[in-house]
Design a protein around this ligand. Structure first.
Ligand code: UD1
Ligand code: CA
Length: 445
């Protein structure tokens, strides 16, 4: 197999998004569209990946620098067309010998499997698709199995406009051929741009083989507006739902369950309606996530029950059989096997021992306004309802905390801690008080 490289175009302004966030950093399935494109390039085994960015979006540049390094950035300024954009990557690909695929930072649903067929034929290859509405797409003019030319809609005759086989924009050729041909592309056309698509006719004129490989229209969809972003998200979710169902995840209302790009759910897990998975969620076989829960950056092991109406945040690790009930928020806490927090609690930064029971309304007071502190609860401990545990604090194994306590110092294993006002009872006081007040009210009439 010859070496592979990818050039990802991301220099467009994305003005139609009407958003301060650069277009390619908008997310699909909780992951920036640009990262989806980079994921595909990596999965294809590309040895070099170059992202073409504009000077107008330093955030995109910083994003690429962080993920791939400075050497993967090429700047195109000003943007003079797709052919010009690819030429901007030439220097970054200096010395690369092999095939270069051109993909896009705003095409989030295109996976490595869809792109792979463009490689290895020796021909210049383009990914085409059958468009429901060909609109402004470039048309693929075929002569049998040969791709004769790509004609941009603005330049097309009525006859060519009637073609429904369109250009996805993805193209692959050897680096030497690609950059050689791009050197010949001019901008004498309706938009005054350097069209990447012109390399097809130029290749043919040299007798180089040119061909199209087809992909599904949904896979090649580009995102230009918030409406299209929402459509891409819906398509992404649909695929996730089907994939999880096929794998053996139970969902009674899959259309109401939302996944992230990296959600891991084992076969045999049950996901009830209206559950949202943020990035980094992992649910093991035999766990149940009940309705209206939000799970992000959390691990839920076998036999656990979460929700309804629970929130698991990053660092929540629920070991076998742990239970988190309604209106409980768990962040950066390991709940060991069989630990329970069934109602109305905030558990942040700490560990809860196996089989410990956390009463309704318990709060881990983890933040002093400057630093975060840990709460450690031993195995089999019992924390009564409405307890504030002011961290850092440790409750020993098998210890008990009386309800309504504000615990500021450690409780040793097996001890009982009570930290609340002592109850006072005044015999008959209420009855006497009420009688006096009723009489007063009656006098006033
Ligand atoms: C392009 C194709 C068209 C294809 C369509 C698919 C050309 C000439 N036409 O048309 O055949 O059907 O995509 O969506 O290639 N970009 C840059 N720098 C530039 C210009 C564009 O980085 O100077 C990037 C944009 O950010 C965008 C992508 O390239 O992501 C496509 O550019 P755009 O101008 O939208 O091309 P289209 O006219 O849609
Ligand atoms: Ca476009």
């Amino acid at each position: 197999m010859s070496a592979r490289a990818a050039v990802i175009l991301a220099a467009g302004q994305g003005t139609r998004m009407k958003s301060p966030l650069p277009k390619v950093l908008h997310r699909v399935g909780g992951r920036a569209m640009l990262d989806h494109a980079i994921d595909a390039a990596e999965a294809l085994g590309c040895a070099r990946i170059v992202v073409v960015v504009g000077n107008h979006s330093p955030e995109v540049r910083a994003h690429v620098a962080q993920r791939l390094g400075e050497a993967s950035i090429a700047v195109q300024d000003p943007p003079l067309g797709t052919g010009h954009a690819v030429l901007a990557a030439r220097q970054a690909l200096e010395g690369f010998e092999g095939d270069v695929v051109i993909t896009y930072g705003d095409v989030p649903l295109l996976h490595a499997e869809d792109i792979a067929p463009v490689f290895g034929s020796g021909a210049l290859s383009v990914i085409g698709f059958e468009a429901r509405d060909p609109g402004d797409y470039g048309r693929l003019v075929m002569e049998g199995d040969t791709l004769a030319a790509i004609v941009e809609a603005k330049e097309a005759s009525a006859e060519v406009l009637a073609l429904r086989t369109c250009n996805s924009g993805v193209m692959c050729a050897s680096a030497a051929l690609l950059f050689d041909l791009l050197g010949e592309v001019g901008n004498d056309n309706a938009k005054g741009e350097y069209y990447l698509t012109d390399v097809v006719a130029l290749a043919r004129a040299r007798g180089v083989a040119t061909r199209a490989v087809m992909a599904a229209e949904d896979a090649v969809m580009g995102v230009n507006s918030q409406v299209e972003l929402a459509v891409a998200e819906a398509l992404f979710q649909q695929v996730q739902r089907e994939t999880h169902l096929e794998r053996g995840v139970s969902m009674s209302a899959p259309d109401t369950v939302h996944f992230s790009w990296d959600t891991e759910i084992e076969p045999g897990a049950v996901i009830e309606p209206y559950v949202v998975f943020g990035p980094g969620a992992s649910v093991r076989s035999g766990a149940r996530i009940r309705a209206f829960s939000h799970v992000e950056g959390a691990l839920v092991e076998a036999g656990c029950e979460v929700g309804p109406y629970a929130r698991l945040r990053p660092g929540a690790r629920l070991r076998q059989g742990a239970r988190v009930g309604n209106f409980v928020e768990v962040k950066n806490v390991e709940m060991k096997a069989g630990a329970k927090a069934n109602h109305l609690s905030y558990l942040g930064d700490g560990v809860i021992g196996a089989g410990a029971n956390i009463g309704a309304g318990t709060i881990f007071c983890n933040y002093d306004g400057f630093f975060k502190h840990r709460t450690e609860i031993g195995e089999g401990a019992f924390v009564g309802s409405n307890t504030a545990l002011v961290a850092p604090v440790t409750i020993g194994a098998g210890a008990m905390v009386g309800s309504g306590s504000v615990i500021t110092s450690d409780v040793a294993p097996g001890d009982l801690a009570l930290a609340r006002g002592r109850q006072e009872v005044r015999a008959g006081w209420a009855a006497r008080f009420m009688e006096r007040m009723r009489a007063k009210k009656a006098m006033k009439g």
